[in-house]
Design a protein around this ligand. Structure first.
Ligand SMILES: [Fe+2]
Length: 470
């Protein structure tokens, strides 16, 4: 691997920046009313002399997968009423939309649909329409693919550590106030162009540095703002691929917070970045959607939460506890063991914010959970590692250290696909890694019944490193 390169965390406005038309969907059809794209344009729309405000979305709708043969769509209104929205769906390439479906409202500004009884491994189109002024107005048209049956190849994208801060954003807002927003707004376009079935964000989706170092936000309104800003920055990528979240240490749900603090951020996560729960996919998970598993094609995907069940504060700046204190908690760990044992999938992947232990460049970073594969035999990670070896897990995908690296331990890849927003790129003295890349970017994973290709894609568009599983 080429030597690591250090990119200083400067604020860079890229030429074009991927911002032009960020929230104006080029694929939008205007239905019978004329759409304005996700977010639309500012201003009221007078209809028949009325002053009824135009309904407009914040960012694209977010597509999620609540179960096999199902697709979810979550739209957030920044102007107008979520209750005025309806949605319909059709198989891609067909002409007839389903009848309009009214949404549920997990929050006042959210319209959420769950389309069920769909065919497996099928790409659908959906459209979101506002009935706010007599004549229906199409706000967005997107796509989503249902979980595939075995035998079908597919691609997915992993991004991590987007570190998007909370602030109020409006429909059509493409403003940039910090490095993380700039990077993610730029990466959202190539991620969209991957035409992936789904996207997995490995955590630290949000950032609350303005409240201190790993301190919780004062209340859930900040978590909500963070997720809305994140959705805005993901542009059309979340409107055309299923999104799966992972809980990281900057997402407001750390186990040493009070139960109330965890609950108010968890509530916002479930409202604004919904995920599978314990009821949807046969593999199940947590009713809080913080850990879950599903099978897509020939791959078992297991999302884990290392943050919320570790009750000791394990921080860089507050030496307390030991790296062996990291835990998934007994319930999640037992579920992981069962889920791995019960799966006959050809490929098995874990997704987690960081190892369930630490072994990094210094003791503070070790306590903080850094080091990936260096921590394979530390604390509860040693048990997770043994489970991976026993049940044939090929790759342990994790985030947290903000660089690209890959390490093979007992045949298991510990793969860290960089960061897609974080301005801090941790060096070997902190992480213990000797081979790594400090570029921002994401991972492209191509899965077929016979092989898997994992490619680390730099912010600049080229592949930094890749490996193949066979
Ligand atoms: Fe991070």
């Amino acid at each position: 691997m080429a030597p690591a390169r250090w990119l200083p965390p400067v604020f860079v406005l890229m030429a074009g920046g991927g911002l032009t038309g960020a929230c104006r969907d080029p694929g939008l059809t205007t239905g019978s009313g004329g759409g304005s794209g996700a977010g639309g344009s500012a201003g009221a729309q007078g209809v028949g002399g009325t002053t009824e405000p135009e309904t407009a979305l914040i960012g694209a709708p977010l597509v999620f997968a609540p179960a096999r043969g199902a697709l979810g769509v979550s739209a957030v209104v920044g102007r107008g009423l979520a209750a005025d929205l309806v949605a319909s769906i059709r198989e891609e390439g067909t002409d007839t939309w389903s009848t309009d479906t009214v949404p549920t409202h997990p929050a006042d500004d959210v319209a959420e649909w769950r389309f069920t009884d769909l065919a497996e491994g099928t790409r659908y189109e959906y459209r979101v329409v506002a009935n706010d002024a007599g004549e229906p107005t199409a706000l967005y048209q997107g796509t989503g693919t249902t979980a595939r049956p075995p035998g079908e190849p597919f691609e997915f994208v992993i991004l991590s550590d987007t570190h998007i801060p909370p602030r109020e954003v409006l429909p059509g807002d493409v403003s940039i106030e910090d490095y993380a927003e700039d990077i993610l707004l730029s990466l959202a376009d190539p991620i969209r162009n991957e035409e992936a079935d789904f996207l997995i964000n490995l955590g630290d989706t949000l950032d609350f540095h303005l409240f201190g170092f790993n301190d919780p936000p004062p209340d859930g309104s900040y978590t909500r703002q963070g997720y809305l800003n994140y959705r805005r920055c993901m542009k059309d990528s979340i409107g055309h691929a299923v999104h799966f979240p992972v809980v990281g240490n900057w997402d407001g749900e750390n186990g040493y917070y009070t139960a109330d603090q965890i609950a108010y951020s968890r509530e916002q996560r479930m409202r604004y970045v919904p995920a599978p729960d314990d009821q949807g996919f046969p593999e199940g998970g947590s009713p809080n959607q913080d850990y879950y598993a599903l099978t897509w094609g020939d791959a078992l995907l297991v999302v884990l939460n290392v943050m919320s069940y570790t009750e000791v504060p394990l921080l860089l700046d507050y030496p307390m506890g030991v790296p062996e204190d990291w835990t998934l908690g007994p319930e999640q760990l037992a579920w992981l063991e069962t889920t791995l044992a019960d799966s006959s999938a050809r490929w098995k992947f874990l997704f987690i914010h960081h190892a369930v232990g630490g072994a990094a460049g210094d003791y503070a970073n070790t306590i903080y959970g850094r080091g990936g594969g260096l921590a394979a035999n530390v604390g509860e990670q040693a048990y997770v590692h043994d489970l991976m070896v026993t049940h044939g897990v090929q790759t342990f995908f994790y985030g947290h250290d903000h660089v690209f690296t890959d390490m093979v331990v007992d045949g298991v890849h510990y793969s860290l696909p960089g960061s897609a927003g974080a301005p801090w790129k941790f060096l070997g003295v902190e992480t213990g890694y000797t081979d790594y890349f400090t570029d921002s970017g994401y991972a492209r994973v191509e899965v077929s019944p016979d092989s898997v290709s994992v490619q680390y894609v730099s912010y600049y568009g080229y592949v930094l490193q890749s490996y193949v599983l066979e």
